[in-house]
Ligand binder design. Structure first.
Ligand code: ZN
Length: 250
């Protein structure tokens, strides 16, 4: 493909540094595993960034050359500067795709874009997750069957305090009885946001083929759409001249 989709995989990157158990699951970091899966696709140009990189990994030149940003965070949401959240939000409203993963439900950027608490219930006993497709015509499920299973996961359950998604792509079921809207798509400005819940750091979930397929599909879906002559959405211009002649009054 002549114009590859430029993907930046951003990861907080703290768990891997502090926990030998998690570093053993993700020796190249969670971002490394996600990037490895995406690099198998020739239509993507993939790079990684972490919270502890200069400018938190997302200086303006990186953000402005990113078509789709993937976000994994958990223990250090508060260390993400508000000015970075402002810049990411502006890029999303301007058309950049954003894929928020797992514990990123509580990230500043996801809560900003949703406008709600984004809270949920959780349980960590390594139970199974069955991820059901609820939008079989959606590009994010291309190549999947009616469901797939993650053998060991952290349970995320309802109520998930988000706005009603524009498109509900997946619902997960757990043996403990809970269900969760595990794949949710939203439109914000010219941009697209996909939340996907699988990806707890102690399990090798980002190596699983179905999960990698979902992420690749989501990148293609979230990539910006080219529009021509579209106005700056930050402005609300007075359209003084009608497109067609208008006769007003008697
Ligand atoms: Zn988790």
């Amino acid at each position: 493909m002549s114009n590859p989709i430029r993907v930046t995989v951003w990861n907080e990157g703290r768990h891997e540094k502090r926990s030998p158990e998690i570093a053993a699951v993700y020796p190249q970091g969670i971002h490394g595993a996600i990037a490895e899966g995406l690099k198998a696709h020739s239509d993507f140009e993939v790079r990684t960034a972490t919270l502890d990189d200069p400018a938190n990994g997302l200086p303006d030149d990186v953000l402005h050359t990113t078509d789709v940003l993937i976000w994994w965070g958990h223990m250090a949401h508060r260390d993400v500067p508000d000015e970075l959240v402002d810049r990411v939000q502006a890029r999303v409203l301007d058309g950049m795709g954003l894929i928020v993963l797992h514990s990123g439900h509580f990230s500043k950027i996801f809560r900003r874009l949703m406008g709600t608490n984004c809270s949920l219930i959780w349980r960590e006993i390594g139970e199974k997750e069955r991820v059901w497709v609820t939008a079989p015509g959606h590009p994010i499920v291309e190549g999947l069957g009616p469901y797939f299973e993650i053998p060991h996961t952290e349970m995320y359950g309802e109520f998930f305090d988000i706005p009603q998604p524009d498109e509900l792509i997946f619902i997960s079921w757990y043996p403990g009885g809970e269900v969760f809207r595990s794949g949710c798509a939203f439109y914000r400005g010219r941009g697209k946001v996909f939340y996907f819940s699988p990806g707890h750091e102690t399990f090798p979930i980002y190596y699983q083929p179905e999960v990698r397929l979902v992420l690749a599909n989501a990148v293609r879906w979230a990539a910006p759409v080219k529009v021509v002559g579209f106005r700056d959405l930050r402005q609300a211009p007075n359209a003084k001249t009608p497109l067609e002649p208008v006769t007003v009054g008697a």
